[in-house]
Design a binder for this molecule. Structure first.
Ligand code: NAD
Length: 284
């Protein structure tokens, strides 16, 4: 069987182009789309993520406003900035890059963002809307996985889906989205007994663990679709790899995402989509 390697880079480029056109149309009707990006401290990985997000804004015609605060910023000061951005008429989306320094409670920050501007989809209101099947802003990485599945023509209704990982930003919203498409969903995690036999039930596997090449062929049912969310850096080579042992699993699956070039590029594309959605909802 020839497995199909899902080209996340190409699909993400398609989505960014669609967003660029939608943003342009909105502009022609007098509404600019603006994202405020807040970075606290000088974590090098966060700085790279923020730079990539700002670059994606440029290519999609979204205005980005940049707020770079020192690592010793107090929670009150950050909350005051969020309050100001919430009130600003021209700001459609607010993104606070995580992780935050230890003196700041991430939950307080997430809850302070106006849900209609919460383009990361982390606010409890948006999480609740997703859980109750109502429209809202959805966490970008799982939303990106759904787009990959949709645009690759993967059937979900009535299928067994296993999500490995139960984080608030990937695993849990991922499970909700698969459920919304009528899959039978299992969430597996660090305490799951006999993980391999649970994952072997799956027609669709989404791995979001953060353990390099943990998912080997003995976890995979012949012909499954395998989506690898993991981004791990191999210390010896400095190279990136996923949670799935790609080369070993490839011959056993129907379709698979590579790392890099799979889910990664989709996250930023869906962030751009969320900015557009937030702006067009606010305009209404
Ligand atoms: P997290 O650390 O918050 O959650 C990891 C989850 O994996 C936990 O729920 C835990 O229960 C589960 N887990 C840990 N060890 C396990 C084991 N041995 N067996 C089964 N389950 C186990 O991580 P996260 O934020 O959800 O991210 C997961 C991975 O996805 C990381 O590699 C992260 O870098 C990557 N990620 C990628 C993107 C992207 O854009 N592609 C976005 C977010 C996260």
């Amino acid at each position: 069987m020839d497995a199909k390697i899902i080209d996340g880079k190409a699909i993400a480029a398609q989505i960014r182009e669609e967003v660029r056109r939608d943003v342009e149309l909105l502009k022609m009707r007098g509404k600019n789309v603006t994202l405020a990006v807040v970075l606290v401290g000088d974590d090098p990985a966060s700085a790279v993520y923020v730079r990539n997000k700002k670059r994606a804004c440029e290519t999609t015609g979204i205005t980005s406003l940049s707020y770079e605060l020192p690592a010793d910023t107090t929670e009150d000061k950050l909350l005051a900035l969020i309050g100001k951005l919430n009130r600003r008429e021209d700001v459609d989306g607010i993104l606070v890059q995580m992780p935050l320094p230890p003196q700041i409670d991430e939950h307080h920050v997430i809850c302070a963002i106006d849900p209609v501007k919460d383009v990361d989809g982390f606010h409890p209101t948006n999480v609740g809307l997703l859980a109750t099947g109502k429209p809202g802003l959805v966490s970008c990485t799982p939303a990106g996985v759904m787009e990959l599945l949709k645009r690759t023509g993967v059937e979900l209704s009535g299928k067994e889906a296993v999500v490995i990982g139960r984080s608030n930003i990937v695993g849990k919203p991922m499970a909700q989205l698969l459920l919304r498409e009528n899959a039978t969903v299992t969430i597996a995690h660090s305490r799951t007994a006999d993980l391999a036999s649970v994952v072997r039930r799956a027609d669709v596997v989404v791995a979001a663990v953060g353990r390099p090449r943990m998912i080997t062929p003995d976890y995979i049912k012949e012909g499954a679709v395998v989506i690898d969310v993991g981004i791990n850096r191999i210390a010896e080579t400095g190279k990136l790899c996923g949670d799935v042992d790609f080369d070993a699993v490839l011959p056993h699956c129907r379709a698979i995402t590579p790392v890099p070039g799979g889910v990664g590029p989709m996250t930023i594309a869906m962030l751009m989509r969320n900015c557009y959605e937030a702006a067009s909802q606010r305009r209404k």
